[in-house]
Design a protein. Structure first.
Length: 286
């Protein structure tokens, strides 16, 4: 398959490139200036070769042209683009993206990226699930660490699920911090690690972090991601529990994140899909 990779920042695009190459696909990588790590271009240059191109945020027409020239019919979005950059998209948008923006009813993350996905499909380029090549890295259901949540932590998780699901459903953010049945902080555009730091400053040790998928999560983009940096942020803030949605959250560092959590006594749980409707906490049976 001739695969296109639209790369944001972080390690996510590196993992997709490695996995896609390992599956024998011919990959054309498009990096976003000031977002994609330059090391990705170096990786793409190593055998087996992959084409790499830089574009600026907002150059949708150039992206489509690059993919069509390479014969790409399927593509993956991987990596983050800072949400604050959305404010500058209008100023840098080319004619193709301006056409997308004019048709949008909502300028939310889902609205904007969904519009881009539609524009790609109109040009014969289908956007695949961003985790299509990384299924083993999706969070499993149940308690993932040696330590299970205690009664107080479970009560906070049950409380937090209802709030987090509502916030995610409004496309505001996917992560909240709670403590003693009170909402401490809600994720905005700053990202998960900054939210965790803010929660620690506001409430001190003992906050619980709840990260959820959106009610109708589109796995093609904006998939929840956690990594070792999440655990490091939690340790610094004195947070004790991390809950993620099983099968919907990418654990970017694999088992290393669980080891990092075990090393500092943090509990990680994967909420089952079946518990979303009742906002219930998952069973703590391993």
């Amino acid at each position: 398959m001739k695969l296109g990779l639209i790369a944001g920042n972080g390690r996510f695009p590196f993992l997709v490139l490695d996995a896609a190459r390992g599956a024998g696909h011919d990959v054309t990588v498009v990096g976003l200036k000031d977002e994609t790590f330059p090391e990705l271009a170096d990786l793409a240059a190593r055998p087996p070769s992959a084409a790499f191109h830089w574009i600026s945020l907002g150059q949708l027409g150039a992206l489509i042209a690059l993919f069509k020239d390479a014969g790409v019919t399927q593509a993956v979005m991987a990596g983050q683009v800072k949400h604050t950059k959305l404010f500058s998209v209008m100023a840098s948008a080319d004619k193709t993206l301006l056409g997308v923006l004019m048709r949008l009813k909502s300028k939310s993350t889902d609205g904007l990226i969904g519009g881009i996905a539609d524009a790609l499909r109109d040009q014969g380029i289908e956007l695949l699930d961003s985790t299509a090549f990384l299924a083993p890295l999706l969070a499993r259901e149940g308690v993932l660490t040696r330590r299970a949540p205690d009664a107080g932590e479970q009560a906070d998780l049950v409380f937090g699920y209802r709030i987090a699901d509502a916030v995610a459903g409004l496309d505001v953010g996917q992560t909240i911090a709670v403590k003693a049945a009170a909402v401490v902080a809600v994720e905005g555009m700053e990202g998960t690690d900054a939210l965790i730091a803010r929660a620690g400053q506001l409430a001190g040790p003992g906050v619980r972090i709840v990260k959820v998928a959106k009610p109708n999560q589109d796995m093609r983009f904006d998939v929840p991601v956690v990594g070792v940096s999440t655990i490091e942020a939690m340790k610094a803030a004195g947070a004790t529990v991390l809950s993620v949605d099983a099968g919907k959250t990418l654990m970017i560092d694999g088992d290393t994140i669980v080891k990092a959590a075990d090393d500092v006594g943090i509990c990680i749980v994967g909420r089952s899909a079946g518990s979303h409707e009742t906002h219930g906490v998952l069973s703590v049976v391993r």
